[in-house]
Structures are given as C-alpha cells and as structure tokens.
Ligand binder design. Structure first.
Ligand code: NAD
Length: 354
C-alpha cells in the first residue's frame, strides 16, 4: 500500500513528519505501507518552478492515497496565479476527480472547553460532514453579470446537479455511515429549489441499496440551527457544495480547535487526498509549536477510507485519545495556565501511546 507524502509549506513539513512516524510505527508492526515524499505548493515552485511538479503528480498516480500537509506562505503571495501554492492542491483535486469531501467534527471530552458552545452540548460530539465538491452553483453554467433591458446590472449563477453526481455522493455517504453509527441526514432546500428536490429524490432512490442505514432529510436552514442547538443528534450529514461549504465550517467551529481537525477528499475509486483543515500557519512555522494531531488523525482517515485498514485507523485514534486524556497539550488546545509541549514531543507521545 503506497502513500504519497506531500508536506508542502510552512508547518506542513513539521506536522507531516509526525504523521509519517506514526505510519512507520504501524509498518514496523507488519502493516505493508510504503511512503515517499514529493514537493507541492511553494516547495514545488522552489524545486521545479511549478506548484504541482510532474514528478509529484507521477508519484501520486503510482500511489493508493495522498497525505498532504499544507501549502502557501507570504513568500509566494505575489506570484502569478498559475504558480500560486494553492494551485497545487486545486489541480490534484481536479486531476483525481476528488468529488467527495469528508470533514469529521469530533470533540474529545477533554477539549470540550475550547468550543464556543457549552461543554455539555458538545462533549463527545462525533459528526461526519460529507460535502459534494465538484458541482452545484459554484461550477454551474451560465453565470455572470449582465445588463438587463432596463439598463440595470444583474448577477446570476446556475445551481445544477445531475442525478449521476448526486448518486455517487449519496453512495459515499451510505458507505461511510457503514463504518460509523449507520445514520445519514441529507441536507437540502427541497421546499424552494428544484435542483435540491432532485437531490432529495435521488438520495432516497439510492438509499434502497442500503437498507441497513437510517436516512433522514433536513432543510439547510434547520440544519444550521440544529448544529448549534443539539449537534450530537447527527452521525453523517451529506449535502451539496454550497450548503456543505457553510455547514462544515460551522461544524468545525463547534470543536474550537483548528489544529485537531482532519479531512479527506475522495473519488469514486476510493482514492483520496488527506489533509488537516488548517493552513500552513506561517506565524508559527519552524518553531516546533504546531499541533500535529490534525495530520495524524488525517493519516487514520487515510487508513480507513482508502486502504480499508479500520483496525489500524482505530489504533491511531485511540492513541490520540489517550494522549489527550493524559493531559498533554500543544499551545493551541491548552486551557489557560496549562503546561504545553511542542510538535515533536506530541508526536513522541502519540507513538508511545500507540
Ligand atoms: P492557517 O490555518 O494557516 O492559520 C490560522 C491560525 O491558526 C494561525 O494563527 C495559526 O498559527 C493557527 N494554526 C493553524 N494550524 C495550526 C496547528 N496545526 N497548530 C497550531 N496552530 C495552528 O490560516 P491562514 O493564516 O489564513 O493562512 C496561512 C497560509 O495557509 C496562507 O498562505 C493560506 O493561503 C494557506 N492555507 C492553506 C490551506 C491548505 O493548504 N489546504 C488551507 C488554508 C490556508
């Protein structure tokens, strides 16, 4: 099982190094993993004049999954758009048709104090938001700003989904629910938007193949409210690109700690790119301050969703829980006055717990 490791820029190399140590420990225990590094983002520009060098793409194509750090930084902000670090990530998403974005929002009981909600509402929260990433109003044509007959300017976009696009994301959600609590809530605005009426119909039809999964539907305005009222009611939430953009950011803030949140972007073959949701944090890069846990948990997701290694994924997640339960904290997740440790020491602690 081959993993392409693309550390990227800023804190990227520091945090991926810790995730790689964890994967190497599993390999030493008999899991047949092979890892190879390649530059991406600003590091790709420095190495080969391209945020996604040809050798990096070739390595990804020869691999079963990608572990991605983060890209970007002030040194690259004035480059022409095709050379900007984020193009490396966008081109990977497009090249591999990574249409399903999986964002868990998980609150470890010990970190419930970091949430903006009362701890008793979020302690033990474990939601998986699945957002369609390549369709919807963000990509639908026609779009633009035009002049109306009365001479006024008018902006317009087109919300569009084909039934094939809906069916494949619905399948991703039902399959993911099988690895969890077997409940899917599909979020739409079927009372107002035709596109999302089709969404509801196709999700319901697809559900016929998954009788072991409980399916419910919710309007997006209600979902936004329920996420802050009683977020623990959800297991898997599946929704379109625009609603998912908004709801996944809302859900991530329920956890209050950006350094803890992993993500996955998958295609229909289960190939995926796994990365923390945070950026390259130039303000703390190179200082051994970054929290590596979002990347380590991303590696656990990689094992679960692309390599089908559920037991190994759970081993990593249990190790992270034990480290948090033992009171070890990087600065971003420490409560006021709590002692803190650095990036490498957090990696050491996870390895010890593993
Ligand atoms: P950011 O996520 O990098 O940082 C926001 C804040 O959170 C900073 O104060 C940072 O120190 C802190 N933070 C982030 N990750 C942390 C971690 N693991 N441990 C501890 N603290 C952490 O967002 P930003 O400052 O808006 O962007 C910085 C750069 O990252 C920009 O160049 C941006 O384009 C890029 N970016 C990249 C990605 C990606 O690679 N997918 C995503 C978002 C932003």
């Amino acid at each position: 099982m081959k993993i392409a490791v693309l550390p990227g820029d800023g804190i990227g190399p520091e945090i991926t190094a810790q995730a790689v140590r964890v994967l190497e420990a599993l390999a030493a225990d008999g899991l047949p993993l092979e890892m190879a590094n390649a530059p991406v983002g600003g590091a790709g520009v420095d190495a080969a004049g391209d945020p996604l060098p040809a050798e990096t793409l070739a390595l990804c194509e020869a691999s079963d999954a990608i572990l991605f750090g983060s890209v970007g930084g002030p040194a690259y902000d004035s480059l022409p758009r095709p050379q900007r670090p984020e193009q490396g990530l966008l081109r990977l998403r497009k090249h591999f048709d990574l249409f399903a974005n999986l964002r868990p929002a998980l609150v470890y009981p010990e970190l419930a104090h970091a949430s903006s909600l009362r701890p008793e509402l979020v302690a033990g929260l474990d939601i998986l938001i699945i957002r369609e990433l390549t369709g919807d109003i963000y990509f639908g044509q026609p779009r633009g700003i035009r002049q109306t007959e009365s001479g006024e300017r008018e902006g317009f976009d087109t919300m569009r989904y084909t039934e094939g696009e809906i069916r494949r994301i619905a399948r991703t959600a039902f399959e993911a629910a099988r690895k969890r609590d077997r409940r899917v809530c599909s979020v739409d605005k079927a009372n107002v938007l035709e596109t999302t009426q089709l969404w509801r119909d196709v999700v319901t039809e697809t559900h016929a193949d998954y009788p072991d999964i409980a399916l419910s539907h919710m309007y997006v305005d209600n979902a936004a409210m329920q996420l802050v009222r009683a977020p623990r009611q959800f297991d898997v939430i599946v929704t379109g690109n625009m609603f998912g953009d908004i709801l996944s950011d809302e859900a991530s803030m329920l956890t209050g700690s950006i350094g803890m949140l992993p993500s996955a972007s998958l295609n229909a073959r289960g190939f995926g790119l796994y990365e923390p949701i945070h950026g390259s944090a130039p303000d703390i890069a190179g200082q051994d301050k970054a929290n590596p846990l979002a990347t380590i948990i991303s590696a656990a997701m990689l094992l679960r969703y692309s390599l089908d290694q559920e037991a190994a994924a759970q081993r990593i997640e249990r190790a992270v829980s034990r480290v948090l339960a033992s009171g070890l904290r990087t600065a971003d997740i420490a409560a006021e006055g709590e002692a803190t440790i650095g990036t490498v020491a957090m990696g050491d602690a996870v390895l010890a717990a593993l």
